[in-house]
Each structure stands twice: as C-alpha cells, then as structure tokens.
Design a protein around this ligand. Structure first.
Ligand SMILES: Cc1cc2nc3c(=O)[nH]c(=O)nc-3n(C[C@H](O)[C@H](O)[C@H](O)COP(=O)(O)OP(=O)(O)OC[C@H]3O[C@@H](n4cnc5c(N)ncnc54)[C@H](O)[C@@H]3O)c2cc1C
Length: 816
C-alpha cells in the first residue's frame, strides 16, 4: 500500500474532519474501535475553523443538550493534558443579561433546571454585571445570569487535540480524501468510495457538516440541514478591555461579546437570517468566507453595539461572515438513517457544534458500538425528519427563521411561522372558518384551540395566562361534560398485513396484541435493554391485518422499528397516514352523538371499551375504535380521506343536538395530563424503562411468546422497589403555570423535574408529569410523607404528588 492509499477495511469510516467528525473518531478510538476518518480537504476547513468558540452550559431546557455541553467543557479542559495539544479552553465565565420581564422569567425558569443538572448559575444584579464586564451598559438590564465555570475555547485547537487524541489511540485520519459515494448491500451500508480507493466498513458516519445533506441525497438518506450566513465583527483594540472578562450575551439585542486579540468580538443572531446556497454547497469551498451584507446586518449591529457603547467609538477591524448549517427545528441531526442500516449521521449543529461537539462524539460512539444511545435522543434522532423538509423551497423558507430562534425568548406557545401549510388535513378549511389557531405539528397544521366562527385567533406570546385561555377551558370542559370533536389526522397510521404480522407485532409489543379480532391494545415497544422505543396502539382487524397508530413525532421511528424487526418474515408495513383522516369524538355524550349517525349498535355490551369495528356513517364507512387519550367515554374514527369531509359534515349537523364543540390540541394536552396519560418524546423517552414510566400495567408478562425487552423488565422487577418513577404533580395555587423543566422538590430537596405539563382545568391548577429519583423506594406512601414544591421562575409553589392519575383513578368514566 502506498502512502497515498487508504486502508481497504475499517470497522467505522467517519466522513468529515470538522469538530464533529474528529470527536466521533476520538471517542470511537478510545473505545478500542478500528476507525478511519476521511477529510475532503484539511481538518477544520468547513465551518469549524471560524467558530467563536463560546462554551456556555447555561440556557437549555433539554437535559440531553445540557449534558452534552457539560461533557464537552470537561473534555476540552482535560484534552491538553492527554494529548499535549492546547485547546484554548479558558473558564472566563459567562453572563446572560435579561432586559425585559419575559426574558427574566425565562432565565429564572432555566436557571433552576440548569442548577438541578449541576450548573452553578447565579442570578446577579445589574451592578454585578457591570463589575464583571465594566464596559457594558446596564441601564435597562433587569438581571444577569452568571456561570463562573463557563468560558471559551479555540475551535481549531480543540479539533486538532481531538484528532491527535484519536490518532494516539490508533485512529487513522486522512486529509485530501473526499468520499465520493458509498457501497451498500441489502439495505445496509458496506463501505465508502474515494478517489484513493474504496474502504469496506461495518459502519459509516456522515459528519460532513453543511455538505451532509447533498452527500446523503446521493445514497437516498434524508438530512435536511441548510447553511445560513452567520456573522461577527471584531473591533480594533480596546485598551480598557480585559481578556479575562466573561463572555457577555444579550439575546434581547441579538448579540454576544467576548474579547478577541485585544478588541471585542461582536457576534450576531439576527431574527431574520439569510440561507446560503440552497441549491448545493460548492464542493471546493474550504476555509471560505462570505461577503458580509452590511445593508442587511447594519440595523442589528447598531442595536447590538449599544450594549457595549465603546464598540461604537472604535473601528471595526473585521466583519466576518461564514456559513453554518441549521435544521428545521434547531436540533441536531443524529443517529442511524432510517433509509440505510449502519449509516449514521451527526450534522446540522445550529451554531453550537463546538459547545456540544465533545458530547456528541461520545454519544455517537456509544450509539454505534452499543446499538442504542444512552441519552434521550427523541428530539435529536434523524428519524424525526421527513423528506419534504429537504425540498429547496422548504429549506429556503425555514432557514430564514432558524438562526434567529437561538436568541428569541422561548415562549412555550411559540410555533415556528415559516414553511407552513405543507400538510393539511381534509378538514383544514372548515376548521379555519371556526377560528382555529393552527400550530406546526410535525409539519401538519394542527388546530390548537378555536376562537369561534368568523373570529381571527390572536396569540400574545407570554408566560402568563392569556385571553384565549377561556376558549381552551371551554373546550376542556366540553370534553369532560358533553362531547367534543378533534381533528387528529396527523397521527401516524400503518396497516400491517401478512401471515406473520400478528406474531411479529406481538413479539415487539409488551401487551398481547394478537388476541381477539376487533380489539385495540395500548402498548409499548421496548429494546433489549428494557427501555422505551415506542408508545402506541395496535388493533387487530383480522387474523392477518393490523392497524398500528403512533404519534406524529414517532412516525418514522415506529415504521423503521417494524421494518427492521420484521426482516424477511411474511409481514408487510404500509404507511397509510395520508389515506385516512382521523376524528376523535370524545366525552360523556359521544355515544349518543355517534349512535345518531350509524346503524351499528354502540351500546356498552355490543361495543365495549377497546372494541374496534368498521361502522357506517351516512354514505361513508370508517374504522371506529372505542378508546380515549383524554379519560372519557370516546371513539376514534379513521375515515378514508375521500369520505372525510362527508363524515365531518354529517357529525357537525348531528352534533348540534348534543352541544358538540370542536376542541384543539391544547385541550387534548390538558385533558390527558389530568389523567396522567403519557406522551412519548415529551414525558417518557428512550432512557426510561417500562416500570419507571409507570406503564408496567400495559405489559403481559405471561403471554406465551414473550416480547422483546421482557428479560430486562423481569430483571428490574427482581431488583426490588423502584427509586426512579414518573410522578404526577399538581400545583395547589391555581395561578402559576407549568410548561416543562420546572424543578420538583420534596422536603426542600430537588428530586426531579417536570418533563411535560399543562393546565388542569378540572383539577384546578397546573399539572405535570415529573421523573423523580430518590435514594429510597418511591411509592405513594413516600409521596404522601413528603412536602412537595415546584420551582416556578424562582418561586417555590406548593404541590401535591401522585402515582395514580388524579383524574378518575378508577377509570369509571372511560368504561361507562
Ligand atoms: C460565525 C460562526 C460562529 C460560530 N460560533 C460558535 C460558537 O461560539 N460555539 C459553537 O459551539 N459553535 C459555533 N459555531 C458553529 C460551529 O462552527 C459548527 O457548529 C461546527 O463547526 C460544525 O462542525 P461540523 O464538524 O459539523 O462541520 P464542519 O466543520 O463543516 O466539518 C465538516 C467537514 O466535512 C468535510 N467534508 C464535506 N464533504 C466531505 C466528503 N464528501 N468527504 C470527506 N469530507 C467531507 C468538510 O471539508 C468539513 O471539514 C459558529 C459558526 C459560525 C459560522
């Protein structure tokens, strides 16, 4: 083999030598894996070389993102000792300032959560901000949030240290070797092709940064990331500036500041940004810069400079603009491609690739070598994304909004406003006429609540109760007391057929799903480690026909899980999401209403809870399933798309006599939260076991064929009472609101945080599901013996905690 040749074989080939590729290679090598990294040009020549290198652990309400940040800081702090290569990592400190009440509320909420995860963040006064960063103008500042341990790193040096550390553990890194294609066999990747020869590999990892999408497209893998312009200025030297001052961030003015060779680096996250090269990133773009757009950026720069007024007096030495890639939801794209086994992706870092790069490398190495991730990846998994999001028009529209979202106030009711209208249910225009407020539900226009016929729904963004809450409350109460209709067409629906379909689905499901024909089963799918992979329903339509329904976010995960586990069996999956609209008719009067439009007997004896039958509805036929996700008597109707509006119109006409009301997703959230029903990817995820999630009741440990993950469930049972459990919490004061990530305390000690929350209009206060951990067994006695509080924006609000649902714990409503 000549020096120019690449090896013929490696266990893993990593594509791309930016910080992400080098970190993945470093962590694989550290686990003893035979790894080759191929870089098209020079290491760091893509985006990494020009990053600002802010190392800021404060600010995220995602546990995974926070842990990735913490790990990266720790790693960069020790890399020099390990490799002899400096990283430029310095703990200069970090301050985020809040200059309006809403941001103050946000940062107070975030601080409690971040502190719970071990970040030493302190709220400081404007005067203290001034002491730490004397050149800042703090006249309008309400408070600062200070982390002494945060700081900065040199992105090139960190990457070189990771590369060196990888080599020291046996990894082979090649520069000037572009990957031109891949080889594959029977749906799995088998290697890469390069101008210097092909490499066989068990795994390939696409870490090609802003090139990742077009590279993936060549082999049918969907990676919808898109580059956008990203700017910073560097001023002339400022003698008063001290290089040891903290990084100062002022999202309200779209800006961060840090020292750079004696001057100030002024970095911007403008609210309306500019996608770059939607048609494709040039293959030869290396160490590239873009011409700064003064006209577009000028007003933002002016506003930004007011925070540190001296910056307006000194000259600008450099106005830098470079591309960074962004994703549709501002979350990175990680994991195994649903389209191709053993092909992994780690790309689309949304401007925090340096900050999270260390952690992402560790996570990916674990995921690749162990077969599953050891952190909650439900928000990050590549399989959450859909192919239409790679359309040029989608990327062009959405990317205008994404970069700016980083510094927006993260109001809980904010919905992305670009690239909208891509997916509409057949009822969309009818719901719009009723004043529906639509939000983005995995690309669908989902009706959140209704302002009323002819009304334009108006949303004020706020952390407090808002005007439209009265509509939400009325919809919630109608579901509890009368009857409501909900458009749920965005749910993922699959028809699974074949001689082996029943046995295969039964093996995947904790519950017994292959029993009587015409029965729905609420069940979970587990992996071998007993952790949750999906939470869904399976309905047996016939001996060889099954109806599988999961939430919108789980669409491709569930589909891929089935396909991969069915293998060559006689079991075939068809995605019928687009073919069927879904209407949920729910509430104590739902039976009366439905009975008035069908000839099928819906009485409790003839159509009991969990029953599924095709029924006539005027001129249409629909699959009707008696099940509920909100805790009342209710039915789900799956209607062929072409008959959907016919059924809808008939139900509306008949519904008048029963006081039928439309209800939106806000009501669904509050109703299901009162009943303690789980939502995968929100309050339960791939790090939880069936038992910790409180879903042991849904598994049938005695079914003859067993199920995937059963051994792990049994092993956990054998270990004794649980010390980690999902607990329902409710605030006893009706005023404060819970959204997500609020820290829960027992007898003054933080024991967990709220994974998801809503407002319990029937229970009379905010209610959420919190994962609680303790040194002792968690049971109702232990919950009752404690004094419970939730930290809501730095105020401790008294709460009650329960393992049983606070609403209708006996299930009397749903079976009546
Ligand atoms: C102005 C600016 C400021 C920033 N500031 C910060 C900050 O303060 N903190 C922070 O965390 N992040 C920051 N970022 C973001 C950060 O730079 C990125 O998130 C990070 O560098 C992305 O790393 P990557 O490895 O994914 O991509 P890249 O660095 O682009 O690496 C991808 C590599 O893949 C190679 N490649 C592409 N195609 C092929 C192929 N076919 N074969 C082989 N190799 C290939 C490319 O040559 C490239 O080297 C900033 C970005 C910008 C633009």
């Amino acid at each position: 083999m000549s020096e120019l040749d690449v090896p013929e074989r490696a266990r893993v080939v990593v594509i791309g030598g930016g910080i992400i590729g080098c970190s993945v290679a470093y962590h694989l090598a550290h686990r003893g894996c035979d790894v080759v990294l191929l870089e098209r040009d020079k290491l760091t020549s893509g985006t990494t070389w020009h990053a600002a290198g802010l190392m800021v652990t404060f600010g995220s309400t995602s546990e995974t993102s926070t842990e990735l940040r913490k790990y990266s800081c720790d790693l960069y702090a020790r890399l020099e000792a390990e490799t002899g290569q400096a990283t430029g990592f310095r703990r200069t400190g970090f301050i985020e300032v809040a200059s309006d009440p809403d941001r103050l509320e946000e940062y107070r909420r975030v601080s409690a959560f971040n502190r719970y995860l071990g970040i030493d963040v302190h709220e400081i006064s404007p005067g203290q901000v001034k002491e730490l960063f004397p050149l800042a103008n703090v006249d309008d500042v309400l408070a600062g949030f200070y982390v002494r341990e945060d700081g900065r790193a040199d992105p090139v040096d960190v990457t070189m240290a990771l590369a060196k550390g990888a080599r020291m553990k046996g990894a082979k890194l090649y520069e000037g070797v572009p990957v031109t294609g891949i080889t594959k066999k029977r749906g799995a990747v088998t290697g890469v092709t390069t101008p210097r020869g092909n490499i066989e590999a068990e795994f390939v990892v696409n870490c090609a940064g802003m090139w990742a999408r077009q590279l993936g497209e060549q082999h049918g893998v969907n990676i919808p990331n898109q580059a956008a312009e990203h700017d910073y200025l560097i001023t002339e030297k400022i003698p008063e500036l001290d290089r040891n001052w903290p990084v100062l961030e002022d999202p309200g003015s779209f800006v961060y500041f840090r020292e750079e060779v004696g001057g100030l680096m002024i970095g911007l996250f403008e609210p309306i940004c500019a996608p770059w090269k939607v048609g494709g990133i040039p293959e030869d773009f290396s160490f590239g810069t873009l011409a700064p757009d003064w006209e577009r950026m000028g007003p933002y720069v002016e506003k930004a400079m007011q925070r540190v007024p001296i910056s307006m007096e000194v000259g600008v030495r450099k106005f830098f603009c470079g591309p960074e890639s962004f994703t549709p939801d501002l979350k990175p794209i990680l994991g195994e491609a649903p389209e191709l086994r053993n092909y992994f992706v780690a790309a689309g870092l949304n401007s925090i690739g340096i900050l999270t790069g260390g952690g992402i490398g560790r996570l990916m190495a674990h995921w690749i070598l162990e077969g599953r991730p050891d952190m909650d990846v439900t928000q990050f998994n590549i399989d959450r994304l859909h192919s239409y999001q790679s359309n040029p028009a989608y990327r062009r529209a959405r990317t205008v909004e994404s970069l700016g979202m980083v510094y927006q106030c993260h109001y809980p009711t904010r919905s992305l406003s670009t690239a909208r209208g891509a997916k509409k249910s057949p009822f969309h225009d009818r719901l719009a006429a009723l004043g529906a407020y639509f939000r983005d539900v995995s690309g669908w226009e989902g009706a959140d609540w209704y302002a009323g016929a002819g009304q334009t729904p108006a949303v004020e963004l706020s952390w407090k109760k808002q005007g439209w809450f009265s509509h939400w409350e009325a919809e919630h109460r109608a579901a509890r007391e009368g009857v409501i209709l909900m458009d749920m067409s965005f749910m993922s629906k699959f028809l699974v057929v074949g001689r082996d379909a029943g046995a295969k689905l039964d093996w995947l499901s904790g519950g017994a799903v292959d029993g009587a024909v015409g029965q729905i089963t609420y069940t979970q799918w587990l992996n071998e480690g007993g952790k949750l992979e999906a939470d869904l329903t399976v309905t047996k339509l016939d001996d060889e026909r099954f109806w599988v329904v999961a939430s919108d976010t789980a669409h491709r995960h569930v589909e891929t899980w089935m396909r991969r586990h069915f293998g060559d069996a006689h079991a075939f999956v068809t995605d019928v999401t687009s073919g069927y609209a879904q209407l949920n008719v729910q509430g104590p009067r739902s039976r009366e209403l439905l009975q008035s439009v069908t000839s099928v007997d819906l009485s409790n004896d003839a159509f009991p809870f969990r029953c599924a039958k095709e029924i006539d509805l005027e001129l249409a036929r629909a699959l009707c399933i008696r099940i509920t996700y909100l805790g009342e008597l209710g039915y789900e109707l799956y209607i062929p798309a072409e008959q959907a509006t016919h059924v809808y119109d008939r139900l509306i006409a008949a519904g008048e006599a029963f006081g039928l009301r439309h209800a939106g997703l806000k009501a669904l959230a509050s109703l299901r939260m009162e009943k303690g029903y789980r939502d995968y990817g929100h309050d339960i995820d791939n790090t939880d076991t069936l038992l910790e999630a409180g879903l042991g009741f849904a598994a049938d440990l005695k079914k003859p064929r067993g199920f995937l993950g059963k051994e792990a469930v049994l092993a956990q049972k054998a270990r004794g009472p649980l010390k980690k459990r999902l607990v329902q919490v409710r605030l006893t004061d009706p005023e404060p609101l819970l959204f997500h990530a609020e820290v829960v305390r027992r007898d003054g000690k933080p024991v967990g945080y709220v994974r998801a929350a809503s407002y319990g209009w029937t229970l009379g206060g905010a209610v959420g599901l919190a994962m609680v951990e303790a040194d002792e067994p968690i049971d109702q006695k232990w919950l009752d013996a404690g004094r419970w509080e939730v930290d809501v924006a730095a105020k401790l609000v008294p709460a009650v905690a329960s393992l049983r649902p606070m609403y209708d714990p006996e299930n009397k409503k749903i079976k009546g």
